[in-house]
Design a protein around this ligand. Structure first.
Ligand SMILES: *[C@@H]1O[C@H](CO)[C@@H](O)[C@H](O)[C@H]1NC(C)=O
Ligand SMILES: *[C@@H]1O[C@H](CO)[C@@H](O)[C@H](O)[C@H]1NC(C)=O
Ligand SMILES: *[C@@H]1O[C@H](CO)[C@@H](O)[C@H](O)[C@H]1NC(C)=O
Ligand SMILES: *[C@@H]1O[C@H](CO)[C@@H](O)[C@H](O)[C@H]1NC(C)=O
Length: 698
């Protein structure tokens, strides 16, 4: 019994002695460590760095930069109590802990990263003597594998087979106990949550953020490790490494351990190693490191890995190609703009720039109310004439809108515009300028208010009953002759009008005739098919030689003037459906000595017989079949002014018969003008003879 009492007493004593001690221990041992770094800005005091490791201003913890042969370590400044000792100090267990971090490895080039980094449990907040390259700033050649090291690390190795030959692969995870030789080694993969058996591998040194989780459960001695790209939505359920019973850890871990990272670069292989965020928890039943949301972490360092991934030639090629593409795009862009501007008529082609008098389409558009129908003052063969007002309504212009059949014709015409635009005569319609818009040529003339001679001779008398008086007719005839003389002889170069007819003679306020559209026929001389020549003119006014050689000359203008003169006197159109020819009719009357019978009956006796005879005779002279036998415009004017006597018309030599005339007329094919100019401006008409028909007529 005494023994029992003594042992009871002893036990009681032990209880008394140990309880306070145990209580004290429990308080310290249950003290947990918990920290979370979402970026490291301002945490210099809590992170102990050595080597090249540093906290960057943007909050990233950089373990190493890209320099070769460097090391860097970063440890949490306080030691963590990781060992749980029971009464028997030899029977210690490692307490549960949990850590999570997001890291980025940016290699100097995709094929040349190195060497890697570790998450380390170390007895010291640094790794004295640790070496670079394969030692990862963790151990050195001297202490590698020494059991006195008391270090544990998860290594993130990006360099293949440096030390251990074939069993070591690049891009792997290893669990290291006191040694760089990994006890457990796994390639870097994660298990897909949807297909748990499928391993997805990925590179550590991709330059993209990667998450790592390390959980250790003390009671079961289970170590779980998971790593996966941070771009993945959820954490893989199945860990990459899950080890039941890791007794080695308890032999390594000392009562207080520092937790942190080490990293190193090699001589030739280097990567920059960054930690974006880090959380840690230890102690308690089931410590869980706080989650790290990417959005709460500092921005990852610029991922130069992908760009560096290409070698120089590929990079140069890509740059060159993208450069070429850019240039092409720019060219396309400017081409589109240019075409658009060109269509708006605001960009000049080379040949256009050299010619003055060019007006802006925009202005013409505004002047004619957008070429409104109520602005049309005349419609001729190929052109429509609009009345326009520039600036103030007092400044009136006539805009002739022509759609030529060939651009070549336009160029030739525009080439002449410079000189045509300088023609100034009281009997010419002043050409003010021109403009090309899309396929249209716009010619700007003085606006002549009284309409054309054609309408005065034919349309208006029928409407109003007022007949053009003889004096006016004679003055108009002389005016036209004067204008033609100016074109033929008084200008610095010979200008052939090519389309003299009543509708091209405008009458101004003073009943003064003004020839319009001079030279314009040039526009149509070239056919749309290059092998055809097109003879331009109006049936009835075309000299017979035009059907043979197609060449306009001042003599062919004289012929047309002759017809026009007969027309003015007689008030009859030059031809009707091929059976009546004015010149032949007048010639017949002349031969019968009854030439005055040709005078317009509407004049009654209100005309000067001498002048009428003179005009009709001159008209017949001008209509001579042979171009060389026709008088020049200078002579015509002298005759009409009475400066010279008019020669006799020799009807035997005049050389024109009804049969030849009708034959000539039948050779024409194609377009015949309708000449419906309603009022002021000249209409324009064209008769075409294709070269084929001329040939067959021979
Ligand atoms: C690496 O650096 C250490 C000093 O930090 C130096 O002793 C060693 O020779 C260097 N190694 C190489 C391969 O440059
Ligand atoms: C103490 O250690 C021994 C052997 O190392 C083991 O059998 C025993 O279960 C341990 N006791 C506790 C409480 O962990
Ligand atoms: C291990 O390290 C200790 C202390 O640094 C040293 O005394 C011992 O010689 C080392 N053992 C080996 C095998 O290198
Ligand atoms: C480790 O992983 C296993 C299997 O996924 C799981 O059952 C266990 O709870 C994990 N342990 C810890 C400490 O996370």
């Amino acid at each position: 019994m005494g023994i029992q009492i003594r042992s009871l007493l002893f036990m009681f004593l032990i209880l008394i002695l140990t309880v306070p001690v145990r209580a004290q221990r429990t308080t310290t041992e249950t003290s947990t460590t918990k920290f979370t770094f979402r970026g490291f800005t301002g945490k210099q005091s809590e992170i102990i760095t050595t080597g090249v490791a540093m906290i960057k201003p943007d909050g990233l913890l950089r373990l190493t930069d890209l320099n070769s042969n460097v090391t860097g370590t970063s440890f949490y400044h306080k030691p963590v109590r990781l060992l749980e000792t029971s009464g028997n100090s030899k029977n210690a267990t490692v307490r549960s802990f949990s850590t999570s971090f997001v890291f980025v490895i940016i290699p100097s080039s995709s094929s040349n990263g190195g060497f890697g980094f570790t998450f380390t449990l170390s007895p010291t907040p640094n790794r004295p003597g640790a070496e670079s390259a394969q030692y990862l700033g963790f151990l050195s050649e001297k202490n590698d594998g020494n059991s006195t090291n008391h270090v544990f690390a998860v290594e993130f190795d990006t360099v293949q087979g440096f030390k251990d030959g074939a069993d070591r692969i690049g891009n792997h995870i290893g669990l290291n106990f006191n040694s760089l030789t990994s006890d457990v080694q796994e390639p870097v993969v994660y298990y897909d949550n949807d297909y748990p058996d499928r391993k997805e591998d990925f590179p550590l040194h991709s330059g993209d953020p990667i998450r790592a989780f390390l959980d250790y459960d003390g009671p079961t001695q289970t170590l779980n490790f998971t790593v996966y790209p941070a771009s993945l939505k959820s954490k893989p359920i199945k860990p990459l490494i899950s080890r039941l019973s890791v007794p080695k850890l308890s032999r390594i871990v000392q009562e207080e351990m520092y937790v942190g990272f080490t990293a190193a670069t090699g001589r030739d292989q280097s990567s920059a190693h960054y930690i974006m965020g880090w959380s840690f928890a230890s102690g308690g039943d089931r410590p869980i490191a706080e989650p790290l949301e990417l959005s709460e972490l500092p921005r990852p360092p610029p991922n130069t890995a992908k760009k560096r991934g290409y070698n120089f030639q590929v990079l140069a090629l890509i740059l060159a190609l993208s450069g070429v593409t850019l240039i092409l795009l720019a060219l396309l862009f400017f081409f589109v703009i240019y075409k658009k501007r060109l269509q708006q008529g605001e960009i000049l082609e080379d040949w256009e720039i050299n010619h003055p008098h060019r007006l802006k389409y925009k202005d013409l558009y505004a002047a004619t109310d957008g070429f409104k129908e109520n602005r049309i003052v005349g419609t001729g063969g190929f052109g429509t004439v609009f009345r326009g007002n520039i600036n103030s309504s007092s400044d009136t212009i006539a805009v002739k809108k022509i759609t030529p059949n060939s651009m070549q014709g336009v160029r030739e015409f525009v080439a002449e515009i410079e000189s045509l635009g300088r023609l100034r005569h009281k009997n010419l319609v002043n050409l003010q300028g021109w403009c090309k818009h899309k396929n249209d040529l716009l010619l700007i003339y003085d606006y002549i208010p009284n309409g054309s001679l054609d309408s005065l001779l034919y349309s208006r008398p029928r409407q109003s009953g007022a007949v053009l008086s003889w004096n006016t007719r004679f003055q108009i005839a002389k005016g036209i002759a004067s204008g033609l003389l100016y074109l033929h002889e008084e200008w610095e170069q010979i200008v052939v009008h090519r389309d003299v007819k009543p509708s091209n003679v405008l009458i101004d306020d003073d009943m003064n005739p003004r020839l319009g559209d001079f030279g314009l026929a040039r526009l149509y001389e070239r056919g749309s098919l290059s092998h055809t020549t097109v003879v331009v003119g109006t049936i009835g006014y075309m000299a017979p030689e035009l059907a043979r050689n197609g060449k306009s000359s001042s003599a062919s203008d004289v012929f047309a003037f002759g017809v026009l003169l007969l027309e003015i006197v007689s008030g009859r159109r030059p031809t009707d459906s091929g059976t009546f020819f004015l010149a032949d009719w007048v010639m017949d009357l002349h031969a019968k000595g009854e030439i005055l019978g040709a005078v317009d009956p509407r004049l009654g006796s209100g005309y000067d017989g001498g002048e009428a005879k003179l005009a009709l005779t001159v008209g017949l002279l001008c209509c001579h079949q042979r171009p060389t036998s026709r008088p020049s415009m200078r002579m015509v004017l002298r005759y009409m002014n009475g400066d010279d006597d008019v020669p006799e018309v020799d009807d035997s030599d005049w050389g024109c018969s009804n049969s030849s005339r009708s034959e000539f007329g039948s050779k024409f094919e194609g377009y015949v003008s309708s000449d419906k100019a309603s009022s002021s401006a000249a209409s324009f008409s064209v008769t075409r003879i294709s070269s084929n028909s001329v040939l067959s007529g021979r």
